[in-house]
Design a protein around this ligand. Structure first.
Ligand SMILES: NC(=O)c1ccc[n+]([C@@H]2O[C@H](COP(=O)([O-])OP(=O)(O)OC[C@H]3O[C@@H](n4cnc5c(N)ncnc54)[C@H](O)[C@@H]3O)[C@@H](O)[C@H]2O)c1
Length: 310
């Protein structure tokens, strides 16, 4: 999406970490920015931090308390944003939580909490805001915050990676559906970023509180901090802004993941049963199922961006 100044963004989980980094970048690009977050303390700190960026931004910030799993509250929040800024153009489905550890330790509570926020919250964002963006006809953009773990899923991250694969897939499927109707869809897949995600348990609902990972979490928290190795929220916020301006389908960050991303593509390519003959009728009848034009286009887009950087 281009021509960002004066347009309106809605960033879930926008009061901390990556969401706050995205909010800062979008404000700097001249957008009105709503940060919607379940934590009032995060919202208060974020508003103070955003205001520090300059008095010119104050009128362009709206902080709303929202649990993305609450569908009625999501619709009410959208109404509030429209009342304040008018049409919403950019939805960043970014709110997320995490548990990691052996899959056999996971309880229903672990699965339901993480999937409820990371996938359910994203679904709620899309069902609530996509019709509104389509209706105003001024064009728009949806960015789902996924993770490199969607592209390089590794052992011990089953719940998290499966959810991130789902929100990536949503963008891959929606992109060819919506691009001709003026809405661009992007999957943002960062590696590690400095944030408060280790604190996510603070907002876990009581009815989903039974976790199989209490001991693993304690051990991890005592294992030391590696945040000095991570990218900053400002770095990734700028990366998302660039990705939006470039209409990228895949907004990626850390180059350390190159081998993992490539190997996954190579492994799935190698596993295609090319020794079996194709059924030409099947292929011709269901042509649109065998290739996603948005993914084909993305190869050219990323190669052009690479060439421009060289
Ligand atoms: N930090 C990383 O290394 C990293 C890497 C890849 C992807 N991600 C993803 O980035 C996104 C942002 O995470 P972060 O690392 O910045 O964490 P963070 O905890 O700093 O920020 C997430 C924000 O989401 C809010 N939130 C949690 N549950 C919510 C709910 N139900 N409704 C509304 N808001 C809710 C939290 O209060 C918090 O302010 C997540 O989707 C996460 O999975 C993070």
């Amino acid at each position: 999406m281009q021509n960002l100044p004066g347009k309106t963004a809605f960033v879930t989980g926008g009061a901390s970490g990556i969401g706050l980094g995205i909010a800062k970048a979008l404000l700097g690009a001249g957008m009105n920015v709503t940060i919607a977050d379940i934590r009032q303390d995060h919202l208060d700190e974020a508003v103070a931090e955003l205001n520090e960026a300059g008095p010119q931004y104050t009128d362009h910030i709206l902080a709303l308390k929202l649990d993305v799993t609450d569908r009625a509250a999501f619709a009410k929040a959208a109404d509030e944003v429209e009342a304040r800024f008018g049409n919403i153009h950019l939805l960043c489905n970014n709110a997320g939580v995490a548990v990691v550890g052996p899959t056999d330790l996971a309880t229903f509570g672990d699965w339901d909490w993480v999937m409820g926020v990371n996938v359910g919250g994203t679904i709620n964002g899309i069902v609530t805001l996509l019709p509104r963006i389509l209706k105003h006809g001024e064009g728009g953009h949806i960015v789902n915050t996924a993770s490199m773990s969607a592209l390089v899923p590794v052992g011990g991250t089953t719940i998290y990676s499966a959810g991130k694969a789902a929100v990536t897939s949503m963008m891959e499927c929606m992109r060819p559906e919506l691009e001709s109707r003026g809405i661009i869809c992007s999957a943002f897949c960062p590696g590690a970023v400095q944030s408060n995600i280790a604190d996510a348990g603070a907002t876990r609902p009581a009815d989903l509180s039974e976790s199989g990972y209490a001991e693993a979490d304690k051990a991890r928290q005592n294992g030391g901090s590696f945040s000095h190795l991570y990218q900053t929220k400002e770095e990734v916020g700028q990366r998302v802004l660039q990705g939006i301006l470039n209409d990228e389908l895949y907004i990626l960050t850390h180059s350390e993941f190159l081998d993992g991303v490539r190997e996954r593509g190579e492994a799935t390519t190698a596993a295609v049963q090319t020794h079996l003959p194709e059924n030409a009728d099947y292929k011709a009848t269901f042509e649109r199922l065998f290739r996603n034009p948005a993914i084909t286009d993305e190869i050219a887009r990323q190669n052009a961006l690479k060439a421009a950087r060289a």
